[in-house]
Design a protein around this ligand. Sequence first.
Ligand SMILES: Nc1ncnc2c1ncn2[C@@H]1O[C@H](COP(=O)(O)OP(=O)(O)OP(=O)(O)O)[C@@H](O)[C@H]1O
Ligand SMILES: [Mg+2]
Length: 276
Amino acid sequence: MRKTPRLRPIRSAAASRATNFTVQTNFVIQLADIHKIYRTGEVDVHAVRGVSLDIAPGEFVAIMGSSGSGKSTLMNMIGCLDRPTNGSYFLDGLDVSTLDRDARAKIRNDKIGFVFQGFNLLSRTTAQENVEMPMLYNHHRVSSTEQKERAAKSLELVGLADRADHKPNQLSGGQQQRVAIARALVNQPSLLLADEPTGNLDSQTSIEIMGVFQKLNDAGITIIMVTHELDVARYTKRMIILRDGKVLTDEKVADRLNAEVELKKLRQAQEAVKLA
Ligand SMILES: Nc1ncnc2c1ncn2[C@@H]1O[C@H](COP(=O)(O)OP(=O)(O)OP(=O)(O)O)[C@@H](O)[C@H]1O
Ligand SMILES: [Mg+2]
């Protein structure tokens, strides 16, 4: 990937296509008039229709909207899993909208951690080994001692140091999601993307996962999370609602919830019920 030393303002996607240049920016993500059209057979599906967004380091963003509104499509482009049909995308100041598959894979490995609804852990492998996995694909060589250390540290960060030797079927849903988060963190990404991370979890476990995210976000990691649940979105700092592939609203979260406080209240309520 070629980086030009000169700093330039953001230009159109067509102009940037020629160079893949970098710009100095205060944003982790800059999307300008992004479109995605799926061309499958007879009909084209215009899934994202002109989204422009700036996301600064340290933000914690919820993307909401009804089914089919384009949330996953947008996340796939932000995560460099897919390319926009039109529009420009700068990630950490680098034009990534026109990169090919291999270049995007490298960027993903360097900069982005993913967490999915279904955890996507390898079932016959321990938590520790699952977390080590992304380092096997890291093009910066990581020694096996460092792999072990980094994986252990990631598991510690999500409160699972004592479960490192457990396989997924020996862990609760919330613990499995924590392993997935530890795995997403192990290459030290600047951006964590989560598509419905609490979709398979009960409400208390969902708050626990939001607690992990809030802690990571407090430590400086930028997080973008798709969720259907308003209750979950209230733990973030900014809420973007999509409708028909466009941004309907984009607002700061008023009365943001703190996971630790909410969990404490929940435990007190459970105690009260037990004593009654
Ligand atoms: N690979 C694809 N090929 C063709 N059409 C697609 C593809 N992926 C998504 N779509 C279509 O694009 C639109 C947006 O889909 P997307 O998956 O982004 O929605 P979503 O907001 O994530 O929905 P959900 O809440 O159900 O996950 C939908 O109409 C969907 O059918
Ligand atoms: Mg989706």
